[in-house]
Design a protein around this ligand. Structure first.
Ligand SMILES: Cc1ncc(COP(=O)(O)O)c(C=O)c1O
Length: 432
């Protein structure tokens, strides 16, 4: 019986991996599928095309590489930035002004200054940030947005937690005050934002969130005497990491949201736009972490040691999340014996594991064979770190139509890693 599952299917071959590996300077490296990313954004935008000015502000934090951002710009996306560095990345691909949504929290003044300089839409996370901004940065401009934390009105999910325990956003009472302050400060165009879940697979979750925001818009407009221009539903649409997960049906979110919108706003004179700042669902499924088997070990369990580690992809170690693992297409899955394995990196951390007790075919585990870790196109390379002096991996962009592999980030060298050390001596120079 073949152990191969639908999720094991990948769009590239072992030869493709070898070609990419040469460009990357060996494993581990990330591979992104440009054509599939483009197709996906188009489908996403099409699903919400009933919204006249629907806009996706891609969450830069999900995959902060300017080549990826440039692709998304070409597909009509703006950028959701949360820090100075992300603002600079957005600027680098010439996405500025209202095409940037600056959704930050506990915000340093330098970050606010840069956002103001670029003319970004400022999404205030805390009521006190309005005064802070005016005193330390200056004029907010004509457009202002606040982040709502609905507290008990909404159930959260494991990654963000319950809204009441989450550090983000303002209470409803604070919102009323915040919009009054913004109005008094000369802001004439208003938006409202919330994001209460991450990697959520239930389409109705987003419909309920939209309803809460729409109702809040009506309440604030009545009580504060302002008119909202947009609601920002944040990010959070999940992806099917596990073979048994179902892809979120965007058409359900869209059509059900439209029903609520039409019902609540049938007599509305001023158009209310809807925008989003998805990250994971835009690029997540189209990125892969390619690693190679280095060692096999047997003690109380079977271990397969690979050359990637949690420093390259921290999600499984940090959130105990599932990432599908498969082999290049040339691997035969037929009539194989299966086994139970832990797939580990080489960090001195016991949670440095890409999979625990994973059922996989024995035949796949030959030294130096490639392993493909799926769904690594968002919150993956970006969350990497340098613990144990591990170096950050390269990123490769693959265009399947012209079969072009482009190095969009070289792998880090030891010289890069030691560069910031203020230590005398030449031992740290010219290392690879
Ligand atoms: C404020 C904000 N917007 C958007 C996103 C993107 O979320 P996702 O990638 O789950 O769609 C995040 C993720 O952390 C976020 O914090």
């Amino acid at each position: 019986m073949s152990l191969k599952q639908k999720k094991d299917e990948i769009p590239f071959s072992e030869n493709h991996i070898l070609e990419a590996s040469k460009i990357a300077g060996g494993t581990p490296f990330y591979l992104y599928d440009e054509i599939e990313i483009r197709k996906n954004v188009r489908e996403f935008k099409k699903a919400f095309s009933w919204i006249p000015n629907f806009k996706e502000y891609y969450a830069v934090k999900a995959c902060p590489n300017p080549y990826i951002l440039k692709i998304l710009k070409e597909e009509g996306c703006g950028m959701d930035c949360s820090s100075l560095g992300e603002l600079v990345l957005s600027e680098a691909v010439e996405i500025v002004g209202e095409n940037i949504m600056f959704t930050s929290n506990n915000t340093p003044v330098e970050d606010f200054k840069k956002a103001q300089k670029l003319g970004a839409i400022i999404n205030f996370d805390d009521i006190k940030h309005i005064d802070f901004f005016q005193k330390q940065v200056g004029n907010i401009g004509f457009i202002g947005c606040c982040r709502y934390n609905p507290g008990d009105a909404k159930k959260g999910n494991p990654i963000i937690g319950n809204p009441k325990d989450a550090k983000y956003g303002m209470t409803k009472e604070q919102l009323f005050k915040a919009y009054k302050i913004l109005k008094k400060s000369g802001v004439t165009r208003f938006g409202i934002h919330t994001m209460v879940a991450s990697n959520e697979l239930d389409p109705m979750y987003f419909v309920e969130t939209a309803k809460i925001l729409f109702e809040t818009v009506i309440e604030i407009e009545e009580k504060v005497g302002i008119t909202f221009e947009f609601v920002n539903l944040g990010g959070g649409i999940g992806i099917p990491y596990k073979p048994e997960d179902k892809k979120v049906d965007l058409n359900i979110i869209s059509s059900e949201m439209k029903k609520v919108y039409d019902q609540l706003f049938k007599d509305r004179k001023n158009p209310l736009n809807i925008v989003m700042e998805m990250g994971r669902m835009i690029t997540g499924p189209y990125g892969y972490l390619i690693t190679a088997i280095k060692h096999k070990k047997h003690t109380y369990k079977n271990y397969i040691g690979v050359d990637a580690s949690m420093a390259d992809l921290m999600r499984p170690g940090m959130y105990d999340t599932y990432h599908h693992i498969s082999f290049p297409q040339s691997t035969q899955y037929v009539d194989e014996q299966e086994g139970i394995f832990d797939i580990t990196g080489s960090l001195c951390e016991n949670n440095d594991k890409f999979a625990i007790d994973r059922k996989l075919p024995y035949i796949g585990f030959k030294i130096s064979r490639f392993l493909i870790i799926h769904d690594a196109g968002a919150h993956s390379h970006a969350m990497g770190f340098n613990y144990n002096a591990k170096l950050r991996p390269a990123e490769i962009l693959w265009n399947s139509e012209i079969n072009d592999f482009k190095l969009i980030r070289r792998k880090q060298t030891l010289t890069d890693y030691f560069e910031t050390l203020n230590f005398e001596g030449s031992i740290f120079q010219n290392l690879v």
